[in-house]
Design a protein around this ligand. Structure first.
Ligand code: NDP
Length: 466
């Protein structure tokens, strides 16, 4: 890829995540020959753009870490040559005209509000796009299965599906490859990786952060749309997918799609969404020493939006391997303990030889997503009485790509590899899966519960190893 054109160059995502990700990528020597161009509706001077780059690139420019001397030199050169252009991307012909003057393939990054991205794609014409153009779409991708489908139709008029990158920065290379390496390189595990042996799988993303000035976005999204509809369903699919033949995007993304096509919130045995989805909102409390106000009195929050800050859904994958096994997806803000992991709980043994005592909990495997760790909880004969079983924990670190999540995403884009992006059909499936729960929440069928900021959530919401 020759050029990365960021639309929405003055925005929050660009400054906080995208530019630092680009900088790490270039400074580590993993994006040679890239030109960086910014565009936005504001009339920014060249100096203002250079100031933004300097601020966002500062970490990567500092010696140490993964930056190499040659990479740092390249990053400085990229920054110096980078230009900013005032463009209204929704105005007919404006972006198209601009693109006609760009040489070579372009990655067009839509770091724009979703409605603006959609409009920009509607006014773009295929003939305006330089050969090899890649479109990079941010989340949320649509706001329902129907609108995601409509957006897919619009994009398909511009470029081929494998030239569209629907970003899910949670789907980082480390997460995907760590799960796949663990599952498919170990015969011991894969043999028992099914509903015959596994009781339940929990995928938990609890944050101790609150709104962090993002009420404008979050108060419309809530925990369900922000995390479960996108990131957690993707992680679930990788944990549950059939072994692909290769790590190529075609094999991996087809296996992911097959899982999601088979998934529903609740199942025939649990059809009532009251039994398979919950939502809650934080009230005032303390997170460590930090005083947190009631969510409804946070700046920018509209009580009429009825937004949840903690959500949980029980998804069933209705296929031979997983029928009847609950996949519990939970995410929330303002919790007392940050926790990012998948917990696989095995069924109890069918019979424990009489004479043993002390069997405590079932075998559990924890896959940590930050820090990246693998932990196995087992009951074994520990020191002391041979008849008494003790709980032991075997723990190891897993690989972590030193690039920031957005560096990983961008590397895929620049190398023209959509492995880590969400395929169009999958984006629609993710909405289809959660829409019944969201509708039940909106209708008030599933009540809004409360929890104090800094707590573990409502008292009766329990997760394994609480
Ligand atoms: P912001 O509102 O901070 O930035 C939006 C950008 O779009 C601004 O640079 C704005 O430029 C530009 N823009 C708006 N209208 C036009 C137009 N007609 N033509 C050209 N540029 C325009 O949004 P965010 O950066 O927060 O979010 C961008 C996308 O990233 C969203 O889809 C969001 O959901 C997603 N996202 C954001 C995250 C975050 O942490 N911020 C995290 C994950 C995803 P100007 O100010 O000049 O009008």
């Amino acid at each position: 890829m020759k050029t990365l054109l960021i639309l929405g160059a003055s925005g929050d995502l660009t400054g906080r995540l995208l530019l630092p990700g680009v900088a790490r990528l270039i400074a580590s020597g993993r994006a040679p020959g890239l030109a960086l161009v910014g565009a936005g509706s504001d009339d920014w001077s060249a100096q203002k753009w250079q100031e933004r780059l300097a601020e966002s690139f500062a970490d990567a420019l500092a010696p140490g870490g993964e930056s190499t001397p040659a990479g740092i030199k390249e990053l400085k050169a990229v920054a110096k040559a980078s230009t900013y252009h005032q463009l209204d991307v929704t105005a007919k012909g404006e972006l198209g005209q601009f693109l006609r003057d760009v040489q070579g393939p372009v990655a067009l990054y839509f770091a724009l509000p979703p409605a603006i991205s959609q409009k920009a794609c509607q006014v773009l014409k295929k003939k305006d796009l330089p050969r090899g153009t890649r479109l990079v779409m941010e989340k949320p991708f649509g706001s329902s299965a129907e609108s995601a489908h409509a957006l897919n139709v619009t994009l398909a008029k511009l470029v081929a599906e494998d030239h569209i990158h629907r970003v899910d920065h949670f789907l980082g290379k480390s997460t995907v490859l760590n799960i796949m390496g663990l599952r498919f390189a170990n015969r011991l595990l894969e043999h028992s990786w099914n509903g015959n042996h596994i009781e339940k799988v929990e995928i938990i993303f609890d944050e101790d952060l609150t709104l962090e000035n993002r009420a404008r976005y979050y108060d419309h999204a809530g925990a369900g749309r922000d995390m479960i509809q996108s990131h957690l369903l993707q992680v679930m699919a990788i944990i549950a997918m059939e072994p692909p033949a290769t790590l190529g995007e075609m094999d991996v993304r087809s296996s992911i799609a097959a899982v999601l096509r088979a998934s529903t919130v609740g199942n025939a045995a649990k059809p009532n969404l009251l039994d398979s989805s919950r939502r809650a909102r934080y009230t005032a409390g303390n997170i460590g020493k930090r005083k947190v106000p009631d969510y409804l009195s946070e700046d920018g929050v509209d009580p009429a939006n009825d937004t949840e800050t903690l959500a949980e859904v029980e998804v069933y994958i209705n296929n031979w391997r997983w029928a009847g096994v609950p996949f519990i997806l939970r995410s929330g803000k303002a919790l007392g303990r940050a926790r990012k992991e998948a917990v696989v709980t095995y069924k109890a043994v069918p019979h424990l030889p009489l004479g043993f005592n002390g069997l405590d909990s079932p075998t559990r495997l924890h896959i940590g997503f930050g820090p990246e760790t693998l932990t196995l909880d087992l009951d074994v004969n520990g020191p002391g009485d041979l008849f008494t079983l003790d709980r032991v924990r075997l723990e190891t670190e897993l690989a972590r790509d030193p690039l920031l999540p957005y560096g990983e995403v961008l590397e895929g884009v620049l190398k023209a590899d959509p492995l880590l992006s969400v395929r169009g059909d999958t984006a629609e499936e993710c909405w289809r899966i959660v829409e019944p729960a969201f509708a039940a929440w909106k209708a008030g069928t599933v009540p809004m519960e409360e929890y104090a900021a800094g707590s573990d959530g409502p008292a009766d919401w329990t997760t394994s190893n609480d």
